[in-house]
Each structure stands twice: as C-alpha cells, then as structure tokens.
Design a protein around this ligand. Sequence first.
Ligand SMILES: Nc1ncnc2c1ncn2[C@@H]1O[C@H](COP(=O)(O)OP(=O)(O)OP(=O)(O)O)[C@@H](O)[C@H]1O
Ligand SMILES: [Mg+2]
Length: 287
Amino acid sequence: MQVKIENLSYSYGSKKLKVKAVNDICLEIKEGEFFGVVGHTGSGKSTLIQHLNGLIKVQKDSGKVIVGEYDLTDKKCDFKGLRAKVGMVFQYPEYQLFAETVFEDVKFGLKNFYPNLTEKEMEERIKKAVETVGLDYEKIKEKSPFELSGGQKRRVAIAGVIVSRPEVLVLDEPVAGLDPTGKREFVSLLHALHNDFVKTIIIVSHDMNLIAENCDRVAVLNKGNLVKVGTPKEVFMDKVKVEEWGLELPSTAYLTEKLREKGIEIDSDLTIKGFIDGYIRAKGGEK
Ligand SMILES: Nc1ncnc2c1ncn2[C@@H]1O[C@H](COP(=O)(O)OP(=O)(O)OP(=O)(O)O)[C@@H](O)[C@H]1O
Ligand SMILES: [Mg+2]
C-alpha cells in the first residue's frame, strides 16, 4: 500500500484560538519503505501520522490522504478496513494494555477487526503474533500484562497491533524510555517485522542515530511544514540546516563533518557500516 498525502493541513482549536499543526504537506511513502519522520517537539509529527489510519480526520478543504485503495477524504471510506491494514503504535504503548491476560489483550485487537474468525483461527494468529514479537507464547499467554517487564509489555502491545496483519505499521517514538539493550532489541524486532510481517514501516523518532542507521528515507518537519525529504545522507549532511530545524546530527554525520575539517572526505550512507567502509576508502584501504 502506498501512502499519498496531498496538500494536507490541520489545525487544532476553534476559530478564535487556532493552532496550525500541519501546513500544506505533500508526501509519498512507497510500499516497502522503512520511513522516518523527524522534527523538533511540536513540529507536527504525531498530527501528521495520526491521519494515516483516520484517527485524526482530514479537515474540510485541507488536502487529501490516500492509503492504498482507501481515500480517507471520501465520506464512504471504510475506516475499520483501513485500521486493520494500517497499524498504529503510540508512544508508551504498554499503557494501552488492559485485559486480564496477554492472550485476551492480543485477541481484542483481532476480534475487533475480524469477528468472524473461528476460535482456532484466532488462537493460531495470536500465537504467531506473540512469537513474532519474540515472546514465548506458552509461557506468557495466561499471564497478566501487568506482571511483565516494560520491554515485554511493549512487545505484547505490538503483538496486539500486528495480529490483524497490517501492511503498514506506524510507530510514534517507539524506543522512548527504553535502555540501550531494550532499544537495540526493539530495532531488531522492527527489522524482523519488516522482513516477514509488515510491508511498510513509518517511524517517528527523536533519535537521529536510529533514523540514520535504519531508514531508507526521512521526512523533516519544522513548525508544521515539510522542509526536506530524502535519504539520511541527503537530509543530514547539511549541518547548518539540521541545526536550523532544531535537530541533532547523527554521530556518523557529526564524525564526517569533523573529519572533513581535518581534510578527510568520507562518502557514506551514514550507517555505521557505511561510515567505516567510507573511512577505510578515504584512507586508501581495500573497501
Ligand atoms: N490536542 C491538541 N490540542 C491543541 N493543540 C494540539 C493538540 N495536539 C497537538 N497540538 C499542537 O499541535 C502542534 C503539533 O503537535 P504534535 O503533537 O503533532 O507535534 P510533534 O511533532 O508530535 O511533537 P513531539 O515531538 O513533542 O511529540 C503543536 O503546536 C501542539 O501544541
Ligand atoms: Mg508527537
């Protein structure tokens, strides 16, 4: 499913006290992309991405959002069908857990979208989703979500989203609050999902290292405006602009900049591996 956003604007509040959160954004995200959305706090990231499953409705005369065959501006749009296809994981998703057991919690997401599945079909799907997020199904299914660790809870919450087999998975700051190991494990989970389960991943993050290391392309929002879309290299190699947008440089871009000051030019995609290979090339090595 391709995501197509055309001239999208969105304002909060009433006529008197209007806050324009998103301003005239045009953006296309291709099927299969691992796509990043970055921007300073309050730049409009959450507002933008919550349009993608209709959680925030497109306002009158404020542009268009089309996801696959769903035109979200169409009055007859099947939002339930859309939400089964576009999964949304909010920041601190563990706070959304509520059922008495992990099984029931994950089942809730599935039953909501596919009430006609048999109990057996449901259990198969729940098992697959729980195992896909790296948890031991037999051990965990009867546990209360509240007895689990923070990282486990987050995995259960994600199982509850992927159980409906969305094609597009949207995650709003999914690594916030995780320790370095938790973060690393979570990123590998996203890649595992991207290979096997969901086609497109759209991730909002304040962590520029994570974005540079993992995303095919990145969109930068600044005060509600889309100011840049490109590969991490295209986005982060302009240090002056990155500062102007209120963002940090990923470490690889920072080091590239520092080495340039010393006369060493490194050409890389800004992943760590790309940077090291670029460094070896610059020093006249093999790679
Ligand atoms: N429910 C709301 N009511 C009124 N204004 C809001 C509401 N939600 C967001 N805003 C405003 O809209 C703008 C964009 O907010 P949004 O939450 O989309 O930004 P963000 O980029 O996700 O920020 P953060 O990085 O802090 O999560 C901000 O000015 C914010 O204050
Ligand atoms: Mg936000």
